[in-house]
Design a binder for this molecule. Structure first.
Ligand SMILES: Nc1nc2c(ncn2[C@@H]2O[C@H](COP(=O)(O)OP(=O)(O)O)[C@@H](O)[C@H]2O)c(=O)[nH]1
Ligand SMILES: [Mg+2]
Length: 197
């Protein structure tokens, strides 16, 4: 038994009590932590479609800020999280690279909303992602993935840089932590509930 990992339920099938299933997109630019985030939260072994990056991708995917990254998601990440007795979330991680734009069309269909992961030191890379989410009319919240937890990035500055509406929630998370990622997701779900109520 590996006690270093937080214990989590690993039911293979969704409980019969589940009456609400919601599709949530987890989006963000390259290397912002999408695969890590879904991996932390999913109660089923997350489906990943990672491929080793080739030299050819070095020109396309900007490795600044993630020099150790050796794989990249070529299609999507998929995970599942039972939120309460009757609510289950399906998490779809969508690659942020511009060349995957066609995927968004399919991914956005039927989605309740999107969690946009941002890296506070690479905010400009999030502009095209936010644009896409808005283009598909998805409600969203922002999760600032803190790669350097000791450094506190000012929420007001992030809001201004990303030109967010006052009611767009901003939370801080560490995508490697189930607890922290869960809080960011709950912030999004609360926001979605106020919008659909
Ligand atoms: N320090 C730190 N590293 C992280 C965090 N989230 C992701 N990483 C690392 O950043 C790299 C990119 O993450 P990944 O999930 O593959 O990004 P993706 O391209 O958005 O799917 C990986 O090496 C992760 O282990 C975090 O919150 N803190
Ligand atoms: Mg990925």
């Amino acid at each position: 038994m590996d006690y270093s990992k937080p214990s989590r339920p690993e039911p293979r099938y969704v409980s019969d009590a589940v009456t609400v299933a919601a599709k949530i997109l987890v989006v963000g630019h390259f290397a912002v932590g999408k695969t890590t985030f879904i991996g932390s939260l999913s109660e089923i072994a997350p489906l990943r479609t990672e491929e080793r990056m080739t030299q050819a991708a070095a020109h396309v995917d900007d490795l600044r800020g993630a020099p150790d990254k050796v794989t990249t998601t070529v299609a999507l990440d998929f995970g599942r999280l039972t939120l309460s007795d009757d609510v289950v979330l399906y998490l779809f991680g969508t690659p942020g690279q511009q060349r995957f734009i066609q995927l968004w069309e399919d991914m956005a269909r039927g989605a309740l909303g999107a969690l946009i992961l941002v890296d506070p030191v690479r905010l400009a890379e999030s502009f095209p992602v936010i644009e896409l989410v808005e283009k598909y009319g998805l409600e969203y919240s922002i999760a600032v993935n803190s790669f350097t937890p000791d450094e506190r990035y000012d929420e007001a500055e992030i809001r201004e840089a990303l030109d967010l509406l006052p009611d767009t929630p901003v939370s801080y998370c560490d995508a490697r932590s189930r607890e922290s990622s869960g809080q960011a997701l709950i912030t999004l779900v609360r926001h979605l509930l106020t919008r659909t109520a």
